[in-house]
Design a protein around this ligand. Structure first.
Ligand SMILES: NC(=O)c1ccc[n+]([C@@H]2O[C@H](COP(=O)([O-])OP(=O)(O)OC[C@H]3O[C@@H](n4cnc5c(N)ncnc54)[C@H](OP(=O)(O)O)[C@@H]3O)[C@@H](O)[C@H]2O)c1
Length: 303
């Protein structure tokens, strides 16, 4: 199991820390001494998550703050509060996500829900926090992608799937976009000389609420997802969180690194460096995505 290096004096923001991999990320970062901001859309679920961490680690330094990534006004309010407080942010874990609502759902900003939550919200959050991250020195941004990125395609003619919505396709697009953003930001940081590391990870296959939550969007009751397989190799959140933990904390973790499980089909096993799919590294793709996101969110990611 990966031992998170001492994080005393460091402050981390973890999106989607109310459950699943995000809660595990927050637990492990707090366990290593980081002060952790649990950025959650439900303060109630966030408080419960903080209680779970404190039950095991009474000294954990935690703060629960409201952040709905599917609402750009909420992202702005969250970021502005951190900027106004002016305290450093050393670690930003762009982890929260939603997967495969069966029908196309649209946010208050008119964006498709998976694109909004997984991509636009995290882009806007990172862009707004960029001045704080770069002023901090040695800050790291980690983006949670997925092996679904291997089958993703950025459809610039219809990023919001208004013409045709296919749930898995929209999810794969969003996770490819997360990886492209991680690589783009790494390149920008190097080119501008900003003291910032951007890296990405995927957790393999972890049977969290991701599958049923997405399938239940817009439905009155919880639904099972066909992607919840008992037969595929899967791992628990402790192992699943490791690739992103390594990206965020390992001394070897460099700009543009991508981590995932080393075991069969990349579904399970200890974290290792993995090769991003070629579709994520195409020349000019990051610039094009960032330009589109700046237009959709009204925020420039400038370093
Ligand atoms: N599990 C896997 O096998 C797997 C595989 C590949 C990639 N991933 C990625 O790993 C990340 C974490 O997923 P998970 O498996 O831990 O799923 P999860 O248990 O469903 O957790 C998702 C988290 O995201 C939060 N979230 C959803 N919509 C949000 C919004 N609009 N604003 C703020 N937070 C929001 C959820 O909050 P609530 O508590 O409010 O619902 C929850 O805390 C996702 O990015 C996912 O795509 C997971």
């Amino acid at each position: 199991m990966y031992d998170v290096p001492p994080q005393g004096g460091r402050r981390a923001v973890v999106t989607g820390a109310s459950g699943g991999l995000g809660l595990e990320l927050a637990r492990r970062l707090a366990g290593a001494g980081a002060e952790v901001v649990l950025a959650v859309r439900s303060l109630e679920r966030g408080a419960r998550a903080a209680d779970l961490i404190r039950a095991e680690n009474p000294d954990a330094r935690l703060e629960v703050r409201a952040l709905d990534l599917a609402d750009l006004a909420s992202v702005r309010a969250f970021a502005e509060a951190l900027l106004e407080a002016g305290r450093p942010v050393h670690v930003l874990a762009n982890n929260a996500g939603v997967m495969r609502p069966r029908r196309r759902a649209e946010t208050v900003d008119g964006l498709e829900l998976q694109f909004a939550t997984n991509v636009a919200g995290h882009y806007a959050l990172t862009a707004r926090l960029a001045p704080l991250l770069t002023a901090t020195g040695g800050a790291r941004v980690g983006w949670m992608s997925s092996s679904a990125a291997h089958v993703g395609r950025l459809d610039f003619d219809d990023l919001q799937a208004t013409r045709r919505y296919r749930p898995l396709r929209a999810y794969a697009q969003s996770k490819l976009a997360d990886l492209v953003l991680a690589l783009w930001l790494a390149e920008r940081a190097e080119a501008s000389g900003a003291d910032l590391v951007s890296a990405a990870a995927h957790p393999g296959y972890v049977r969290t609420n991701l599958f049923s939550n997405g399938a239940s969007v817009g439905r009155g009751r919880p639904r099972r997802s066909v992607l919840e397989s008992r037969w595929l190799p899967h791992q628990e959140v402790d192992w699943g969180a490791e690739p992103l933990l390594v990206a965020l904390t390992s001394p070897e973790g460099g700009n543009g690194a991508y981590y995932g499980p080393a075991g069969p089909w990349g579904l399970v096993g200890p974290a290792t460096l993995v090769r991003p799919p070629r579709r994520a590294t195409r020349e000019g793709l990051g610039d094009r995505l960032v330009e589109a996101l700046a237009g959709l969110t009204g925020v420039e990611l400038a370093l």
